[in-house]
Design a protein around this ligand. Structure first.
Ligand code: ZN
Length: 1010
């Protein structure tokens, strides 16, 4: 039976089809599909349409969906705010203007609703705009309640029939996010116009989208960065002949990495988008980027795919991605492709929020000009080459406009929305199935749960890890009684073929007890997938055909947070008595009254927070372990005086620390723990890597002066102001010369980074300069040298360690070049070498750390000498001659001579010196000045914890953290990156210990004899 409404629709569809075929000529539609084109009756805004045409540089850079603008008598077009059409040259709106327009739309149309979704670090608003039919918007809450049942199948008792009833009626939500990457500037205007089209166009193709689904739009994700970018663009417009400053800051903390935060959820923008995605029960998260010609839909990327995504999703990627390419190819638009080079391993990308929460993640790379100028664009051969996945490649050279980019973005999105709507029942069902498969995970692939024990010595860091999971919408439970689970037998190493003592009995499963209060992350919950992905281990085979991982290969959160996480397969764990936890509170407190309190040191970053909170208290660190009141305290434990119980209680609350009254100071040696005055140094080359350090210190409440290398170059007496200089990694392959020289300044114009009436948003709460170009300079080098010579502590990591060594700031350490080593953002094992060093306070023998092809340090006891053959096999064998390996050789005619035992040292030790080397050698570094290795990389076989380690023997056993006494001060060098993306809390204390013990770093040092 066909209802009238359907007949009318059918007639309209046929009419539209006829029109479309007349216009587009080449496109063929499947049976019953609506033509992607304007309805003949749809009034057009002629003036606006003429401008679209004018700003589109080639007739094939557009489509019948966007080559006109529908007219409306009541709803304002983007021109109302922009003063021109979306994508017009020279026009880049601030977020505020984009919001103003979206709110005008909301006011003028019952089909638009604007929500505030939170604030950025600098206090700017983030919004989401819903566009749909008035009925859908009226039923938003009721519909959301329906979608919530699909999102959490436990609420309908996993009843497939009930799910089908909901699937048949519910209206899906498709969430689009724009401009997370601030120099990728086109999305806001494209999304303004898209919202307008969806709100006013009466063509069947658009009406079906509007009536059939809810399009949710966050036009600007990185709002702070957007406003800076618009400032820069305005500066460029008013200084057209000058070079304009590169966008050194995007958000307050990080730049491009803002799209790598979906694991740690450290940034507000991630949290706000994640909450919106989860709260609105959206099915898709589609993030817009602009760095590949002309539209790379990397929805379906290259392998390896993330192991924790549901194969249902990977099939959806392929369906949606290829269909999108096909649709746009039919429009005659060149350069639209999918697959490409992006691998889908890391879940750190913003769009991956959907992949990890049972939805569909999508990402577009369109082609942006980094502003609104129309520019000639010349491509590299690999960009316009025809490949199996890009049969219709972009052109080698074109004139490209922001409007072209907006045409591609909108066309891609409209065809996507339409295709999604046509198949929404399938996608809604899949949404349910993915959630259901998450809930039934324990009985399927497992595990049943992860357990974080109540007796973990690092309850503060444990709480932080659990809070990350809560931000990810993962439910956390807590055991109300002690319980035990069976852990599977550890696989023993394969017995050797001829081994005589092969045991007949295979290793047995073990039982593990967990105390009451242990946290249980159940895997029978809808968002078990993300918890599993974060807590599990990753293995990227060196033999994987993918040789260029797109991002990190390992991230195991328990390892990087330095807390115990047990993967439990045993399903009995789900029956343990437990309660859901709303707020994670790390147990903290003061257990009695005294004039002296002791806090055990377990390398909890919150110890540093406490030191800075208790300004007036005197705090000492114990240099050796001690016992008091039946409690054991490790090296570095705090002994606090001049603080009342109330003050201490107040300062300690929620830090996960326990203060114990002690009757007297222990007899072990102690030294003061002081709140060091910190300079935090950045370059004007890149601020991204250091941004992760800044956010970590800010979150811990540790104050610092944020200064640039330019400030260092002018500060001749750094010691007067600072005790410790932190010089975190620069990133972006910045070598020592770049740090010293800065950007080229022999030509060109100054590049100011300053707030002016023209650029009111540049600085925010960060740094400013009249000219970004000058670097540290040789004066700066001298000032740093002076600072260390006079007793200051300089801390460097990865590339700044290379820098410090290359300018001779630390003697006895050299950096080798990796030959075959490939450690791509992995978790690696390190080993404690010198537990008496304050830098190691609170740490155990084994420590997992983040490493990304860290510099390979080698030690020498002779100044200026590179220790030989540290890479590869050492030649320590006897010379060729008679006898066996250990026999002495002989010379005919005289008795054989024994070769003297040469001093031998391990790779992480200062090489012992022979008499020969010691004889009148002014280059020999006195023992007290030699490098002190605190942590080394693990042996080759133990190096890989998670991710990819290839050729690891090149760095195995080499120093990972070294303290080099220099003059009266110290240079502390890191090969690992201890502070990274909010994921590495377990290694923060290596930095914090250096800060707190800056004037006692030699504590516990044992010196070599010669
Ligand atoms: Zn991007």
């Amino acid at each position: 039976m066909i209802r009238n409404e359907e007949i009318r629709t059918h007639v309209l569809r046929c009419l539209a089809l006829f029109l479309f075929l007349t216009v587009a000529g080449t496109a063929a539609l499947g049976d019953g599909e609506t033509a992607p084109a304007r309805d003949a009756k749809q009034p057009v805004d002629d003036a606006y349409t003429a401008k679209i045409k004018k700003y589109t540089t080639q007739p094939f850079f557009t489509s019948p969906l966007v080559d006109y603008l529908p007219a409306s008598k009541t709803v304002p077009t983007p021109e109302a705010v922009l003063g021109d059409v979306a994508g017009a040259p020279g026009i880049l709106p601030y977020a505020e203007d984009v919001y103003k327009y979206m709110r005008l739309l909301e006011k003028a149309s019952p089909r638009v609703k604007v929500f505030s979704i939170g604030k950025t670090e600098e206090g700017r608003e983030m919004i989401a705009v819903a566009v749909s039919s008035p009925e859908n918007l009226k039923n938003l809450e009721a519909n959301r309640a329906q979608l919530a049942k699909l999102a959490d199948p436990r609420t309908i008792k996993l009843d497939d029939a009930e799910a089908d009833r909901i699937v048949a009626q519910a209206v899906p939500v498709y969430y689009i996010t724009g401009t997370i990457h601030s120099p990728e500037t086109g999305a806001p205007t494209a999304l303004m116009e898209l919202a307008y089209r969806l709100a006013v166009d009466e063509s069947p193709y658009i009406r079906e989208i509007r009536d059939g689904m809810i399009t949710l739009i966050t036009p600007v994700v990185e709002v702070d960065g957007r406003d800076r970018m618009v400032d820069i663009y305005h500066w460029h417009l008013s200084h057209p002949k000058d070079f304009y400053p590169p966008l050194i800051y995007w958000g307050k903390y990080v730049a491009h990495d803002n799209n790598r935060d979906a694991m740690g959820v450290t940034l507000k923008l991630t949290e706000n988008v994640l909450n919106t995605y989860v709260d609105q029960k959206a099915q898709v998260l589609h993030d817009l980027h602009e760095s590949v010609p002309y539209l790379y839909d990397n929805t379906a990327g290259d392998g390896p795919f993330n192991a924790w995504v549901d194969p249902i999703l990977t099939d959806e990627w392929e369906m949606i991605g290829w269909r999108n390419v096909s649709d746009m190819t039919k429009f005659g638009m060149p350069g639209v492709f999918t697959h490409g080079v992006f691998d889908t391993w890391s879940p750190g990308y913003l769009m991956f929020i959907a992949a990890m929460h049972n939805g569909i993640s999508r990402l577009y790379e369109t082609f942006g000009n980094g502003g609104a100028d129309t520019l000639p664009r010349t491509l590299d051969a690999d960009e316009y080459s025809r490949t199996w996945y890009r049969q219709n490649p972009p052109l080698p050279k074109v004139l490209w406009s922001q409007r072209d980019n907006n045409n591609y973005e909108q066309t891609g999105l409209l065809t996507s929305l339409h295709y999604f709507n046509e198949n929404k029942r399938l996608f809604l069902k899949n949404f349910y199935l993915k959630a259901k498969r998450s809930v039934t995970k324990p009985g399927a692939e497992g595990p049943s749960a992860y357990v974080l024990p109540a007796d973990d010595p690092r309850l503060g860091s444990q709480a932080e890890l659990l809070r990350v999971l809560q931000k990810q919408a993962v439910e956390i439970s807590r055991a109300t009684a002690a319980f035990s689970v069976t852990l599977p037998a550890k696989k023993s190493a394969k017995p050797k073929k001829d081994a005589k003592d092969v045991k007949d009995t295979p290793p047995a499963p073990t039982t593990r007890e967990f105390p009451a209060g242990s946290y249980i992350v159940r895997m029978d919950q809808p968002y078990s997938r993300i918890a599993d992905a974060l807590l599990d281990y990753q293995y990227w085979s060196p033999d994987d055909p993918q040789k260029t991982p797109y991002d990190d290969t390992g991230w195991t959160f328990g390892e990087l947070f330095g807390v115990q996480v047990t993967r439990v397969v045993d399903s009995k764990v789900l029956d343990v008595a437990m309660e859901k936890v709303k707020e994670i509170r790390a147990p903290s407190g003061v257990s009695g009254e005294s004039t002296i309190y002791a806090i055990n040191n377990n390398a909890e970053p919150s110890l540093a927070t406490l030191r800075y909170k208790l300004h007036d208290a005197s705090i000492e660190a114990a240099e050796e372990p001690f016992e008091s009141g039946g409690k054991k305290f490790s090296r570095g434990s705090f002994l606090i005086r001049n603080a009342t119980r109330a003050q201490l209680n107040d300062a300690i609350s929620n830090l996960g620390l326990q203060a114990n009254p002690v009757s007297a100071m222990p007899s072990v040696k102690t030294h003061p723990v002081r709140a060091a005055r910190i300079a935090f140094v950045h370059t004007w080359l890149s601020t991204q890597a250091e941004g992760w350090w800044r956010i970590a210190l800010d979150n811990l409440g540790i104050p610092y002066d944020y200064i640039s290398t330019q400030t260092i170059s002018k500060a001749s007496d750094l010691n007067a102001k600072y005790d410790v200089i932190l010089f975190p990694p620069v990133g972006f392959f910045s070598g020592p010369t770049a740090i010293i020289n800065g950007l080229p300044s022999a030509w060109g114009n100054p590049l100011p980074w300053k707030n002016t009436p023209e650029t009111p948003n540049l600085v925010g709460k960060n740094d400013s300069t009249d000219d970004m170009r000058p670097g540290l300079g040789w004066e700066g080098v001298a000032n740093l040298q002076n600072f260390v010579a006079k007793g200051g502590v300089l801390l460097t990591a990865t590339d700044t360690s290379r820098f410090a060594l290359s300018i001779g700031l630390a003697d006895g350490v050299s950096v080798g070049n990796a030959q075959k080593m490939k450690i791509v953002g992995s978790v690696v094992g390190t080993r404690l070498v010198d537990g008496a060093s304050p830098i190691a306070y609170g740490y155990d023998e084994k420590l997992s750390a983040y490493c990304d092809n860290g510099p390979i340090f080698s030690l020498s006891s002779v100044s200026g000498a590179r220790s030989g053959r540290r890479l590869g096999a050492e030649s320590r064998t006897r010379p060729t001659g008679r006898g066996t390996m250990d026999d002495p050789d002989f010379t005919i005619g005289r008795p054989g001579t024994e070769v003297p035992d040469e001093p031998k040292s391990e790779i992480w030790e200062n090489p012992l010196l022979t008499d020969e080397q010691l004889h009148n050698n002014f280059r020999v570094i006195p023992p007290a000045n030699r490098a002190r290795v605190i942590f080394r990389y693990a042996d080759s076989k133990d190096l890989l914890i998670s991710g990819l380690v290839e050729g690891g023997d090149e760095i195995a056993q080499h120093p990972a953290v070294v303290d080099v006494p220099t003059g009266n001060g110290h240079v502390v060098l890191f090969s690992i990156n201890p502070v990274y993306r909010g994921e590495t809390r377990g290694t923060y204390s290596l930095v914090l210990n250096t800060i707190l013990n800056f004037d006692s770093l030699n504590a516990g040092r044992k010196l070599a004899e010669k």
